[in-house]
Ligand binder design. Structure first.
Ligand code: GLA
Length: 370
C-alpha cells in the first residue's frame, strides 16, 4: 500500500476530567467527528504536509527535523522525530489533513492528529505497532516535543473507541471495559464557545504540578499513596492546614471527581440517567470552583442549561480554559435550544457559538484509497 487515508476521531469525556494523570478512572468515548489524514509515498527528496483547516502547507526534510515556530507543525514534526529516533524507516510522503473535527475545542484534535499520523505512517511504511506502543509514542510526542504533561485518556480513546459505548478506563493499569451508552431520548450536544484554548500556553502543566505537590505532602509521613485519586477525602481534610490553599482545592477536586465517576458508572448500569446527569453538573462546578480551569463563556453555557428540565447534564469538557460544553439533552428540544442559546450567547459575548450533535463511534481506522 503506498496510499491510504486514516480516519482519526475526536473524543468526548462524559465524566472524570483531569484525573487521568492522577491515576483515575475516566469515562470517555470516540465520536463521529474526525480528522481525515491522507498519505501517499512520493519519490521526491522531501515530504509535504498540508492542512486544509489552517490553509497552510510546509515541507519537511526527514534527515533534519527541527521544531517550528508554528504550533500545528510541531505535532507532525514531533511524530516524525520520535518515529525516526525509534529507527522506523519512513519514506518521503505527501500528507493532506482534512475532516470535520473542531480544532482546539476540547475534543482532542491534537491527539487525533498525533495518533492518526503514527497509525498512517507506520502502516504505509509496513511497520507494525501494538496499540499500547502507539499510545506510548503519542504520549511521548505530546510530553517531550510539545511540552504538555497530559495523561493517556485521549490517545487510548482515539485508538480503542467503540460505537455506542463509553470506555470505563482505569488510567493506572489501562484496564478498561465498555459501557453501553444509548441514552435515548437524550443526545449528546457539544456547544463550542469558540474560545480557543491552548493547553501548552494555558495552566494545564501547572495543574499537573499542583497535583504532584499535593501527593508529596500527603506522603510526607509515610509513602502510602501512589496516586492522588487513592487518597481518602478525610485524609486530605486532616492535612488541610499543611497544604497550600490552591493545592488543597486541586486535590479535593481530583478526589471528588473520582468518587463522581464511580457513582456515574453505577447509575449508568442501573439506568438512573437523572443522577448521572446531576453528577455531570457537579463535575462542572468542581472544575470551575476547585480546579479553576473553566472560563466565563463555559460557565455561561452551563448556567443557562441548569433550569432546562430537558437538559439532564452539562459541563465543560477536556483540558478547559475554553473549548466545548457537553450537554445531555432530550432530542425533541435540540433545535429550539440551539436557537435560543445562540442568540443569547451572541448578545452577551458578541461572537458566535457552534454546536454539534455527536454520536459515539469507533476508534481510529485505515481506509485504502482507490
Ligand atoms: C486533555 C489531556 C487529557 C486529560 C484532559 C482533562 O485533554 O490531553 O490527558 O488530562 O485534558 O481531563
Amino acid at each position: 500500500m503506498n496510499e491510504l487515508v486514516v480516519e482519526s476521531p475526536g473524543r468526548i469525556n462524559m465524566i472524570g476530567e483531569h484525573i487521568d494523570y492522577n491515576g483515575g478512572t475516566v469515562m470517555p468515548a470516540a465520536i463521529d467527528k474526525k480528522l481525515l489524514i491522507y498519505f501517499k509515498i512520493n519519490k521526491s527528496s522531501s515530504t509535504s504536509i498540508e492542512s486544509i483547516y489552517y490553509r497552510d502547507k510546509f515541507l519537511v526534510d526527514l534527515n533534519n527535523i527541527k521544531k517550528s515556530k508554528i504550533s500545528w507543525h510541531n505535532f507532525i514534526l514531533g511524530v516524525l522525530d520520535i518515529l525516526l529516533k525509534k529507527k522506523i524507516n519512513i519514506k518521503n510522503f505527501n500528507c493532506v489533513i482534512n475532516g470535520d473535527l473542531p480544532i482546539g475545542a476540547g475534543v482532542s484534535s491534537s491527539s487525533a492528529l498525533v495518533c492518526g499520523l503514527i497509525k498512517g505512517l507506520t502502516t504505509i511504511n509496513n511497520y507494525k505497532l501494538k496499540d499500547g506502543e502507539m499510545i506510548d509514542i503519542a504520549r511521548e510526542v505530546e510530553y517531550n516535543f510539545i511540552g504538555v504533561k497530559g495523561g493517556i485518556m485521549d490517545q487510548f480513546t482515539i485508538i480503542n473507541g467503540r460505537k455506542n459505548n463509553l470506555i470505563l478506563l482505569d488510567c493506572k493499569s489501562n484496564k478498561h471495559k465498555y459501557v453501553n451508552a444509548k441514552f435515548d431520548p437524550f443526545k449528546i450536544l457539544l456547544i463550542n464557545t469558540n474560545v480557543k484554548h491552548n493547553l501548552q500556553e494555558s495552566s494545564y502543566n501547572q495543574r499537573v504540578d499542583q497535583c504532584n505537590e499535593a501527593l508529596q505532602h500527603l506522603n510526607k509521613k509515610e509513602n502510602k499513596f501512589k496516586f492522588l485519586v487513592d487518597v481518602p477525602r478525610d485524609i486530605l481534610r486532616i492535612n488541610k492546614k499543611n497544604i497550600d490553599e490552591k493545592v488543597f482545592k486541586r486535590a479535593l477536586f481530583v478526589i471528588e471527581e473520582q468518587i463522581r465517576v464511580n457513582h456515574a458508572y453505577k447509575s449508568l448500569v442501573s439506568g438512573d440517567l437523572e443522577y448521572f446527569g446531576k453528577l455531570i453538573y457537579e463535575s462542572h462546578f468542581g472544575l470551575k470552583n476547585l480546579y479553576e480551569v473553566s472560563c466565563k463563556e463555559l460557565d455561561f453555557l452551563v448556567d443557562f442549561s441548569v433550569n432546562k428540565e430537558y437538559i439532564i447534564g452539562s459541563r465543560m469538557m477536556g483540558g478547559g480554559f475554553g473549548g466545548c460544553v457537553l450537554n445531555i439533552i432530550d432530542k425533541n428540544y435540540i433545535d429550539d435550544y440551539i436557537r435560543e442559546i445562540s442568540d443569547v450567547y451572541k448578545n452577551t459575548f458578541s461572537f458566535d457559538l457552534k454546536s454539534d450533535i455527536v454520536e459515539i463511534s469507533d476508534g481510529i481506522k485505515i481506509k485504502k484509497v482507490g
